[in-house]
Ligand binder design. Structure first.
Ligand SMILES: *Cc1c(COP(=O)(O)O)cnc(C)c1O
Length: 480
C-alpha cells in the first residue's frame, strides 16, 4: 500500500515512511492511494474475533511493509484487557470497546460504544497506545531516536505521554499552560515519573505553548540536530488505528452484514469521524455518519451549508466539552480530497483559500450537491444541552456520560431513523470533566478505583517561562 498527499504534489510513500513524519512535503495530509474493499462475506468472517485480531485483519491491509508476524505481535501487545480495563464496571473487558445499549427511543436502538477505558480514560488512547508501540518498532528498525515536542490543554498530551512512557528511542517534552488544566488532567500528566517523559508547565495560556512548539519546529536546523517530531492528530497511524473500532462497533451491533447502522461522533479536529468515513469507504454498511460539535460549530456549519469558515483564536469559545474547542478541523482536508474526486490540485486550491481568506464556499458546487452519497449529517450543542442530556441519560438509563459524549447523544437524537441502530461513540469518562457533572447532577462523577488517589500522588513538573530559548535549552540539556 502506498500513500499519497491530499495536495497531489508529493512522492508516494509506504506506511513506515510516513509514520514518523507529519505533513507531506507539499503541505497536504497522507491518504492511502486506494481504500481496500471489504465484502459482506469477509465482514461476517470477522465476527467474534478478539479486538487485536480484528485490528490485524484491517491494519495488515494498510501497513504491508511490516512483516505479518511482527504486526500481529504489536497489535496483541497493544489491545489487551490489561491496557483497556480502567473504569470498567462490566465483565466484558476483553471486548476492549464494549457496546452498551441504552434503550429504544422511538423505534430505534440507541447505544454507546465505550472507547475510554484506556490509561487516560479518553478515546485517544485507542490509537495512541498503538502509535507508541509502532514508533518504538520503527525507530528500532531504523536505528533512530525521536524527541516528541507537543503542546496540550489536556487530553492529547496525557494520551501521548501514557503511550510513549518507557518506550525505547522516544522522549516526550510536553508543554502545558500552568494552572489552566483541570486538577484531574494535571494530576494525570504530572504524576508520571518515567525518565523519558518531561512535563513543562509554561507560564502562559495554551496558545503560548502552541506558539513555542511552532517556533521550535520552524527552526529547521534545531529540529534536525535534535530529532524533534510530533504526534498530532493528522498522523495517519492514528487515523487508521481508529478505523478498527467502527468495524468492531458494527460487528457488536449487528447479527449479519446485511444490516445497516449509523454512528454519531463528538468531533473537533475531524480525526475520529475521518476514520468512520474511511471504514464506510471500505464498504462497512454505515447508513449515516453524524458529526456532533459543541458551540465551536465549524464542521456543523460546513455540512449544513457548504461553507467552511475557520475561526480566529479570539472567536474560539472555551466550552465544557473542551477537547472539541477547535478553530479549524485539521483532518477535514482528508474528506475534502475524497469529496473532490481525489483531485489534489483542487484540494490544494481550497486549502490555499483557507490560509489566505480564512475559508471556502462550495455550496454551489456539484460535489456539494451530491455529498449525500458520503452519508454525512451534522448538528451542534450548547452547555445547556450538555447539562440536560447528562441529566436525562442518567435519570432514564442510570448511565453517567461525559460532556463530549453528551454532545454526541444530543445530536444523535435529532437524527434517529426507525429501524437503524444508532451508535454514539463515547469519547471520555465523566470523571475527566467532573466540574460539569457536578453541575448537571449535583453529585460527584464516578471515579474508577485505580484513579481515586490520583490527585494526591507526587507530581513531577518543571515550571518554565513562555520563552522559546528556555524551552530549547531545556530540551538540549535533557538529551543524553
Ligand atoms: C479529542 C477529543 C474529541 C475530538 O476528537 P477529534 O478526533 O478531534 O474529532 C472528542 N472528545 C474527546 C473526549 C476528545 O479527547
Amino acid at each position: 500500500m502506498l500513500y499519497q498527499s491530499t495536495r497531489g504534489n508529493s512522492p508516494q510513500q509506504s506506511f513506515l515512511e510516513i509514520l514518523l513524519g507529519g505533513l507531506a512535503p507539499d503541505g497536504g495530509l497522507y491518504l492511502p492511494a486506494q481504500y481496500p474493499q471489504i465484502d459482506r462475506e469477509q465482514l461476517d468472517s470477522w465476527r467474534g474475533l478478539p479486538y487485536a485480531d480484528l485490528a490485524y485483519e484491517i491494519l495488515s491491509l494498510y501497513c504491508d511493509d511490516i512483516p505479518e508476524s511482527e504486526l500481529r505481535a504489536l497489535l496483541r501487545k497493544t489491545y489487551t484487557p490489561m491496557v483497556y480495563c480502567n473504569g470498567r464496571t462490566e465483565d466484558n473487558a476483553s471486548d476492549i470497546t464494549p457496546l452498551h445499549w441504552l434503550g429504544d427511543e422511538g423505534g430505534t436502538r440507541l447505544g454507546l460504544l465505550s472507547l475510554s477505558n484506556g490509561p487516560t480514560l479518553a478515546f485517544k488512547d485507542m490509537a495512541m497506545q498503538l502509535l507508541g508501540n509502532l514508533f518504538e518498532y520503527a525507530l528500532q528498525r531504523a536505528g533512530q531516536e525521536l524527541n516528541i515536542l507537543g503542546a496540550t490543554s489536556g487530553d492529547t498530551g496525557s494520551a501521548a505521554e501514557y503511550a510513549m512512557r518507557g518506550k525505547q528511542g522516544v522522549r516526550v517534552f510536553m508543554l502545558s499552560p500552568q494552572g489552566k488544566m483541570s486538577a484531574f488532567q494535571s494530576a494525570q500528566m504530572y504524576s508520571l515519573h518515567d525518565p523519558n517523559i518531561f512535563n513543562l508547565a509554561v507560564a502562559g495560556v495554551f496558545d503560548d505553548c502552541q506558539d513555542i512548539v511552532k517556533a521550535v519546529s520552524n527552526d529547521l536546523a534545531f529540529k534536525a540536530a535534535n530529532r524533534i517530531g510530533t504526534v498530532n492528530s493528522i498522523n495517519w497511524g492514528r487515523v487508521v488505528a481508529q478505523v478498527v473500532y467502527y468495524f468492531q462497533g458494527y460487528l457488536l451491533a449487528t447479527k449479519n452484514s446485511s444490516e445497516r447502522i449509523s454512528f454519531t461522533v463528538p468531533s473537533g479536529n475531524f480525526g475520529n469521524i475521518c476514520a468512520g468515513h474511511i471504514a464506510r469507504m471500505m464498504g462497512l454498511p454505515i447508513e449515516h455518519l453524524i458529526v456532533a460539535t459543541n458551540e465551536n460549530d465549524v464542521l456543523d456549519e460546513f455540512f449544513r451549508s457548504g461553507v467552511y469558515r475557520a475561526r480566529k483564536s479570539a472567536e474560539t469559545l472555551h466550552t465544557s466539552s473542551p477537547s472539541m474547542d477547535i478553530s479549524k478541523a485539521s483532518n477535514f482536508e482528508r474528506f475534502v480530497f475524497d469529496l473532490l474526486g481525489r483531485n489534489g490540485k483542487n484540494t490544494a486550491a481550497l486549502f490555499d483559500q483557507v490560509e489566505k481568506a480564512g475559508g471556502f464556499d462550495i455550496s454551489k458546487d456539484i460535489v456539494f450537491k451530491e455529498m449525500s452519497k458520503y452519508g454525512f449529517q451534522s448538528g451542534s450543542s450548547t452547555h445547556q444541552h450538555r447539562l440536560q442530556t447528562i441529566r436525562d441519560v442518567y435519570g432514564r438509563y442510570g448511565v453517567m456520560i461525559d460532556t463530549h459524549t453528551a454532545d454526541g447523544v444530543k445530536v444523535a437524537r435529532e437524527h434517529l431513523q426507525k429501524g437503524i441502530p444508532m451508535i454514539v461513540l463515547e469519547t471520555a469518562l465523566p470523571i475527566k470533566f467532573e466540574e460539569t457533572i457536578e453541575e448537571a447532577l449535583g453529585k460527584p462523577a464516578e471515579c474508577p478505583p485505580a484513579f481515586q488517589d490520583i490527585k494526591t500522588r507526587p507530581q513531577y513538573v518543571q515550571k518554565i517561562a513562555a520563552d522559546v530559548g528556555q524551552v530549547k535549552s531545556y530540551i538540549t540539556t535533557h538529551l543524553k
